[in-house]
Every structure is written in structure tokens, then in C-alpha cells.
Design a protein around this ligand. Sequence first.
Ligand code: AMP
Ligand code: MG
Length: 282
Amino acid sequence: MDLSSFRVQPGPVDLTSHPTSGSPGFDGDKAAGKDALAAVAEELADLQERLVATGRSAGDDAPSVLLVLQGMDTSGKGGTVRKVFGLLDPQGVRVASFGAPTPEELAQDFLWRVARTVPGPGQVGVFDRSHYEDVLVARVRSLASPEEVERRYGAINDFEAGLRAGGTRIVKVLLHISPDEQKERLLARLDDPTKHWKFSPADIDDRALWADYQRAYEIALERTHSEDAPWYVVPAGSKWYRNLVVAQLLRDELRALDLRWPAASFDPDEQRRRLTEQDPLA
Ligand code: AMP
Ligand code: MG
């Protein structure tokens, strides 16, 4: 599947020109999509094991990958983390989700809580919401002054460039849904007591600001998209398709690391001889 159609182009971003539903570029139904995901999962597992192995042998010099997930409420950030990162070895995964900042966090620069949560060498990290909230909700709800919001785009670009220079590949995904889809999903949450924990009355207040949020996303994407930290806008109306696309984006980042199995620090023949000659009960 060609993922480049989801990649943001340099220049102004118009989210209305990006699809929110369907399975563009995939020639198959839901069952075929799940089969395709299983195939990607196998490759992901192999690539991630190489990354973990590299982390063990190369230490701080090992690379890492960070996936940033953004989207309106119900866009499927949590579900994507479960379905895509659930395919990986949890030992090599770092998951962070960002809610409203605590008083401790508010006393620091907005990037403080993010910087201490990035994936370490040999890890794959995922952010469920991220530092982008500080130019999204912060902008829409005036949680910071316009000058401060303005400053943050550049601060984010510098921060991400620093991560990249330190060996972290970054890929950023907007899970794109329509307001109608969100309404269906919020209603489904209200209809099901086992989903009430996912609902917040504030979601309806945020929904009232839909156009403002879309505009804030367009500005954020335009100002923080780069060759080294690209944005992808993924149609998220169909969950299986969303999982398949995000899994492939992650796989492509891992592929790009071109990971080799680390060479042994011992001589396998010598160790085989020792093992064969040994009688532990003697
Ligand atoms: P949820 O992801 O549904 O659990 O909700 C998390 C909430 O935290 C959302 O309403 C976000 O807008 C809010 N949030 C996340 N990061 C920030 C931030 N930096 N400043 C203010 N609110 C935030
Ligand atoms: Mg919410």
C-alpha cells in the first residue's frame, strides 16, 4: 500500500481535502485488512527484536522510534496503541499518554514532561496525545498567550530535531475523523456502561469547537511538518484500516533503521565445544 498519499505536503494544510473514512489504496474488505495486518505484525515483531538486540549491544548508541498519535476525542488513539503496539514485545515499548498537565508540570516548560518520556535507545515509543496539545487545546482554549503559542511551534521543531539528531526516528499521525463519526462513537459510549469510563462531559464542549480545532491542527501540521519529522493524516473512520495504516507507517520507520543482528561477543564454536564437553552432574 502506498502511504505517501497520507503524507502532508509542505505548505498550507487543508484538512477538508483529506478523507476521514473508507480504505483508500487498499483493495480488500475488513477480513482482508485483518489478514494484511497479521502479515505486517510478523515483520514488525522481527524488526523490533532486532532493535531490542541492538539496544542490548550498542547501548546509548542504539536508535529508537517515536510515533506521535493525535486526533479528536474518539478518533481511536487508545485503540491504535492497543492494536498496533500490542503486536510488539512489551519490554521494548514505551507508551505515554498526556492529559491536562498537573500543577508540577505546569510549573515547567511545556516540553519538560514530554522530554522525560521519550523512548530510550532500542525502544519504540508511542505518545497518545503529546506536546501538540500545547498548540491545539492551548490555542483553541487560550490556555497560553498568543505569543507563547507562537513560540511553541519553533520550540517543537527544535525539540524534534534534537531527538532526531540523537537517533530517534519520529513519525506523527493525525487520526482524522468526521464530526458525524465522532457523534456515533460518543453515542455508543453513552449507550454502553462498560464504555462510560472513556466518556467525559467535556468531550461535548470540545466538540462544539470542532472548526477551531481543525484550524489549529492545520496550522500545527503546516508549521511542524518536515522531512525528518513528517505528519501523516490517516482516515480513521474504519478501525481495521486505521490499524493497518499505522502499523505500516511504524514498520516503515523500523525498516529505515536498516537493523542488523548484532555480532556475538563470543565464539559460538568455542561455546558449543564447552557445552558438549560439560557434564553438570559429574
Ligand atoms: P483523553 O485523551 O480523552 O483522556 O483526554 C485528555 C485531555 O487532556 C484532553 O481533553 C486534552 O485536551 C487534555 N490535555 C492533554 N494535554 C494537554 C495540555 N498540554 N494542556 C491542556 N490540556 C491537555
Ligand atoms: Mg477525552
